[in-house]
Design a protein around this ligand. Structure first.
Ligand SMILES: Nc1nc2c(ncn2[C@@H]2O[C@H](COP(=O)(O)OP(=O)(O)OP(=O)(O)O)[C@@H](O)[C@H]2O)c(=O)[nH]1
Ligand SMILES: [Mg+2]
Length: 409
């Protein structure tokens, strides 16, 4: 779309000013008894949908007799309708995943790496970088201390708020260290203050990394659950089942690849809203906070396109062995199928009917298709689901582990 300002367009919104939403005490009283995100959302940044509504309303008031909508007007509306996604990597693991994403040529959303460790941050790859807690950590990391990670984030809270301007913020991190565990919940909280939907994907340490790391990971998860709409923990140990003899570094690399694919496919789905018949409202239904244990299911597979393989890979995407979700709890399900221009209806039907069989009869399922000429005979299947609760999230939320309060310098 052309960015030049067309004088004829300016007249549409001459007297338009963005309004901030105020929350009445009555609204607060009726808010759900889950972690109340409304309380921490002063609505500084309007969502794409709210901006769209305000622009449309303002135009209606200015031109009450207008019957048809011309293209200039529609182009203006489309400008604000674009959903902005931001991918944030926090700490060593998060930075590695974002670097991999960048190296693979991902450019569908902005990326931002945040770390207390200047060395790790310097060697990472992302559109933007931010060294957290410069005075507190002196660029040397948090020393495995989540309290230091949290304090470093609080030191830079104003800067964080400025950076986290998006409709959807994906947070990628590894739980169990100091920076990701301590800082990522604060980063999520600041993104929520900017009215973003927060989707967190994080790794859970191997048992072999020791009990202290696992305890820290539980603290981190409990805090992440407060500020994430969707929180998907990927336990490193689930990889061990497939690769019992693989070195830890190889497992990290494989986990990184899984996270990279998940993020890039999710962002593509969001960016392609309107081309496929899945729209942002559908994505919101699956990702938006629902209850006190914010989890869900995400699975991506690639099929060779034969009948049997389509069935197997559809099941694999739904029953993602890295998450092991209880698919009987799915209440909303989105299935995105990508193929080349020859993708047949019967293949799509094979995928959808396989997935439908494995989720409850009353679950709402919506599917969309998109084209990628590079796939040739292959078919990409992505399943997003709401309903299944990760046992890791449930255990962390119900646990007595303490909060991670910041400590003074
Ligand atoms: N997927 C993946 N996981 C990793 C990687 N490196 C570490 N992890 C996991 O993430 C956990 C946290 O490690 P880091 O991300 O290095 O820790 P950090 O957040 O930087 O925290 P500090 O270095 O202590 O300040 C570890 O316990 C591992 O389980 C990686 O490259 N990829
Ligand atoms: Mg580190």
């Amino acid at each position: 779309m052309n960015d030049k300002i067309n004088p004829s367009k300016q007249t549409h919104f001459k007297s338009f000013t963005l309004q901030t939403k105020t929350i009445t005490p009555e609204q607060k009283a009726f808010s759900p008894k889950v972690e109340d995100l409304v309380d921490i959302v002063p609505q500084q940044r309007l969502s794409a949908r709210s901006s769209f509504k305000q622009l449309a309303q303002s135009n209606k008031e200015q031109f009450p007799d207008k019957t048809y909508d011309n293209d200039d007007y529609l182009a203006d509306l489309l400008k604000v309708l674009k959903v902005k996604s931001l991918v944030v990597g926090v700490g060593g693991a998060g930075n590695n995943i974002v670097s991999r994403l960048t190296e693979l040529g991902f450019n569908s959303a902005e990326t931002l790496n945040i770390n207390t460790d200047a060395h790790d941050l310097y060697y990472s790859n992302s559109n933007n970088k931010f060294l957290l807690g410069k005075e507190r950590c002196n660029g040397l990391g948090s020393g495995n201390n989540p309290y230091i990670g949290a304090s470093a984030a609080e030191d830079d809270v104003d800067n964080l708020r400025k950076m986290l301007q998006a409709d959807i913020v994906f947070i990628l991190t590894g739980m169990g260290g100091g920076t990701g565990t301590g800082a990522a919940p604060i980063i999520a909280r600041e993104a929520k203050k900017n009215n973003a939907m927060v989707v967190t994907l994080c790794s859970i340490p191997f048992k072999s990394e020791g009990n202290m790391r696992r305890q820290r990971a539980k603290m981190g998860l409990k805090n992440m659950a407060k500020f994430s709409d969707t929180l998907i923990p990927l336990p490193n140990d689930n990889l061990v089942q497939f690769l019992p003899k693989a070195p830890m570094l190889t497992c990290f690399k494989i986990m990184d690849e899984v996270l990279v694919k998940t993020i890039s496919e999710s962002v593509n789905l969001i960016n392609n809203c309107g081309i496929v018949n899945i729209d942002f409202a559908d994505i919101k239904k699956v990702f938006e906070k629902n209850g006190e244990y914010p989890s869900g299911l995400i699975g991506i597979t690639e099929s060779m396109g034969t009948d049997n393989d389509l069935i197997n890979k559809s099941k694999l995407a739904l029953h993602n062995p890295l998450l092991k979700p209880n698919t009987k709890k799915v209440d909303h399900c989105l299935v995105s199928v990508t193929g080349d221009h020859k993708l047949s209806l019967s293949k799509v039907d094979r995928i959808i009917s396989t997935i439908t069989k494995d989720i409850p009869d009353d679950a709402e399922l919506k599917f969309g298709t998109s084209m990628d000429p590079n796939l040739a005979k292959k078919v990409k299947i992505m399943v997003l689901g709401r309903g299944p609760i990760s046992p890791y999230v449930r255990t962390a939320v119900d646990s007595e582990v303490p909060d991670i309060p910041p400590i003074p310098i």
